[in-house]
Design a protein around this ligand. Structure first.
Ligand code: MN
Length: 258
């Protein structure tokens, strides 16, 4: 019997962790992409930017995962004693990847550290420790309750995020001790917590450049609004695949024209 299943949209996922130089991934990210109808593929640690961009052009979308802190030197600040562990290999690959995706219109969803990298790569800065330099109204650092709703976020009506999540408020988990200080000039805040912290960012003019400060991958198996963020990434990836924007589309375009 002839199978007419359309090939799945391929989403490149950056490693969410590093152990003695080896890439690691939290399986929740991969499962959320797969549930969305996408095919996740894990990127290696790679510092050769040209080869990294070639890899980025072979996928239909990118998922930037959570993890350790961004090196404050990269946003022009000295490392505070309260800044946590950093990963030079992740910084070295994710900063250029963000700029490339922004320029090429590659759909990208950034989660937690992913949002922070998106902001810093485009000229923004972070609070190195929220309790120290931002506010104590909400404790955003709750790794003890990884999938539990800790605080609410209000979503900007009419934003990409509100369309993707299908909601204008969400109860979200919170596993971060850093957060956005200065927002990058090309980005807009599309979600905020009640203490005023930016919990969602997006880029107007870009088809899908979305970052969230919480961890939807930990809630998406049982919360349709959280799964909807991955569904939106895969949907935009499908549109991107059929566009002419990047070398990624060559294989599919040739098949279409044949
Ligand atoms: Mn939070």
């Amino acid at each position: 019997m002839e199978r007419k299943t359309e090939p799945r949209v391929v989403i490149g996922v950056v490693p969410s962790g590093e152990f003695q130089g080896k890439p690691m991934i939290n399986q929740d990210y991969l499962e959320a992409v797969f549930r969305a109808g996408g095919l996740p593929t894990l990127f290696p640690f790679i510092e050769d930017t040209d080869q990294l961009f070639r890899l980025a052009c072979m996928v239909d979308g990118l998922l930037l995962t959570g993890g350790v802190d961004v090196d404050p030197l990269l946003y022009g600040e000295k490392k505070s004693p309260l800044c946590g562990e950093v990963s030079s290999i992740r910084d070295a690959m994710e900063f250029p990847l963000v700029r490339f995706a922004a320029e090429k219109g590659i759909p990208v969803l950034g989660i937690c550290r992913g949002l922070q990298v998106m902001n810093c790569a485009l000229g923004g800065t972070l609070h190195q420790d929220l309790l120290q330099s931002f506010s104590r109204d909400i404790n955003h650092s709750r790794p003890d309750a990884p999938a539990d709703p800790i605080h609410e976020v209000r979503i900007l009506p009419g934003s990409l995020l509100s369309a993707a999540a299908g909601a204008e408020a969400l109860r979200v988990n919170s596993r971060h001790h850093q957060g956005i200080h200065k927002l990058a000039p090309t980005l807009t805040a599309c979600a905020k917590a009640s203490d005023g912290l930016i919990e969602g960012i997006e880029m107007p003019q870009h088809p899908f450049f979305l970052g969230v400060q919480w961890h939807p991958e930990s809630m998406s198996s049982h919360d349709a609004n959280q799964q909807a963020l991955f569904n939106a990434l895969v949907r935009k990836g499908r549109e991107f695949r059929t566009s002419e924007s990047c070398g990624a589309t060559i294989i599919f375009d040739q098949r279409k024209k044949a």
